[in-house]
Design a protein around this ligand. Structure first.
Ligand code: UN1
Length: 484
């Protein structure tokens, strides 16, 4: 079934003026999921104008009323979690339980950010002067542009758009072109929940829409999640315009398994971290560092689990892992595997193309590669697929050094039952998110999320931290009359 979807500009659903485009089911090539006419620069211009026209009234709307809209949207998404989650699976390719869970997660994020209305606290300072107080209050930025990726087509938009809206910003949103249906469902829930016209616009447009928004003087700030390449371009654009930008980009996340770890649990968590969502998370485990005494044992356990994963149509119940999100993504992952093998990687699981009908769709087998050095590109560059590159370490300190041997710094895991070594990992690993005895992926709605180094810039996302990017502070010197 194909669903026709539209952009949202100034409170009206509209077809863009560009070419007709489609999203397709990566597990069943040829099955069109959604169809839309691409928005162009004029649609973006109209959306920015509508947002600026709506901005003052939205900023003046009491924060509890803004929050109430988010709560109603959360209820709508919860009620639709099964059908919308199934659409997510058809459009993006993660398994159906993951798709449904992501829709519920978006609802939970909306509720958490709505609750921020009750915590909209500023600060009050004493003044060095008599009869004066100094207040620090949070103010909205105005109109913000939000650019989101295809791999979490509803959770990531939720965690950017919800704090922007609750703190009084208007949003012009450009989602990834691979997932227009999910973007439409999310925007639709917010409109149905009562969001006033112009406060949120949705532009189903090409990649160039993102840079158009970033360059536009009517956009005060840009929040982006996606590739390092595009994020860096946006940072350059925004720097020239002195515009705040928040980027959440790649990862090359390491799981460190120390010799004292519970190996069965570690193997299970490493496989979940590397293979859920077909490894297409910026938080996915993509490097495995094992202390030598347990390396052969751990790698054998991981390899056995990977070989046992049921890869296939993610709508089916018995399936553990779906396809990559597109045929292009699949080809790029296979090219990375082939290059790693040419660089000397030993294939311990997966590696080759499927010999059955899965070869025609975007399926990639769960792949474990053992490296004898950290030279190969597969050690440093993001693959964004179900590929895990493993090396051994002679000590915990060497393992932490190897974990830091990356331009990225998003997430890491350490597996150990020794509290001292776990605490050393906290001090040694240069990452924004550290897991002790659990997989690298995952981000709860109420705590900060984001990386260091090439993984991102600007204030962290989610939790209370989200308001740091979407507001500015005004320091108010408050007194009843003349200074004395
Ligand atoms: C998660 O690990 O559940 O694009 C969230 C990504 C990250 C979000 C990860 N921005 O994969």
């Amino acid at each position: 079934m194909t669903t026709a979807v539209r952009s949202l500009v100034g409170g009206r659903w509209r077809d863009g003026r560009g070419a007709v485009r489609t999203s397709v089911n990566p597990a069943r090539p040829g099955e069109v999921v959604a169809e839309f006419s691409a928005a162009g620069d004029q649609d973006a211009e109209d959306a920015i104008n509508a947002a600026n026209a709506a901005a003052r009234a939205w900023a003046r709307t009491p924060i509890h009323e803004r929050a109430a809209v988010l709560r109603r949207a959360a209820d709508l998404l919860d009620a639709r979690a099964e059908p919308v989650g199934t659409e997510l699976t058809r459009e993006e390719g993660k398994t159906r339980p993951e798709g449904i869970a992501e829709v519920r997660r978006a609802a939970e994020i909306l509720r958490f950010q709505a609750d921020e209305a009750n915590r909209d606290a500023g600060e009050i300072y004493a003044s060095p002067r008599r009869d004066e107080r100094i207040l620090v209050v949070r103010r909205p930025l105005g109109v913000v542009a939000i650019v989101t990726p295809w791999n979490f087509p509803i959770a990531i938009p939720a965690w950017k758009i919800a704090p922007a809206l609750v703190h009084g910003d208007c949003v012009v949103w450009k989602p990834a072109s691979l997932v227009p249906l999910l973007a439409y469902r999310f925007a639709d829930a917010l409109v149905e929940a009562g969001l006033p016209a112009g406060v949120l616009s949705l532009l189903l447009g090409p990649g160039s829409t993102g840079s158009y928004l970033a360059r536009h003087p009517g956009v005060a700030a840009v929040s982006f999640t996606g590739s390092t390449e595009v994020g860096t371009q946006l940072m350059v654009t925004c720097a020239g315009l002195r515009k705040p930008v928040q980027t959440e980009m790649g990862g090359k996340n390491a799981a460190v398994v120390l010799a004292d770890a519970d190996l069965d649990m570690a193997a299970e968590q490493v496989v979940l971290g590397a293979m859920r969502s077909t490894g297409q998370k910026c938080t996915a485990t993509s490097r495995l560092i094992v202390e030598e005494p347990v390396a052969d044992d751990l790698l054998a356990r991981v390899g056995r689990r990977l070989d046992g994963l049921n890869v296939g149509d993610p709508l089916l119940e018995e399936i553990d892992m779906g396809p990559a999100a597109s045929l292009d993504a699949r080809d790029s992952i296979f090219a990375d595997i082939e290059r790693a093998v040419a660089d000397g990687a030993e294939v311990l699981a997966g590696g080759g193309r499927f010999a059955d009908e899965r070869a025609d769709a975007a399926f990639v087998p769960p792949t474990l590669l053992r490296l004898s050095s950290t030279g190969p590109a597969v050690w440093r560059e993001e693959v964004f697929g179900p590929v895990l590159a493993a090396v051994t370490a002679t000590s915990a300190d060497q393992a932490f050094a190897l974990a830091n041997d990356s331009a990225f710094g998003l997430a890491a895991s350490v597996f150990t039952e020794d509290l001292g070594r776990a605490m050393r990992a906290v001090d040694e690993c240069a990452v924004g998110v550290l897991h002790v005895n659990s997989e690298t992926a995952g981000a709860d709605p109420h705590v900060p999320f984001g990386g260091v180094k090439d993984s991102g810039s600007g204030p962290k996302e989610q939790g209370r931290a989200a308001r740091e990017f979407f507001t500015h502070t005004t320091t108010v010197y408050l007194r009843p009359g003349a200074r004395t």
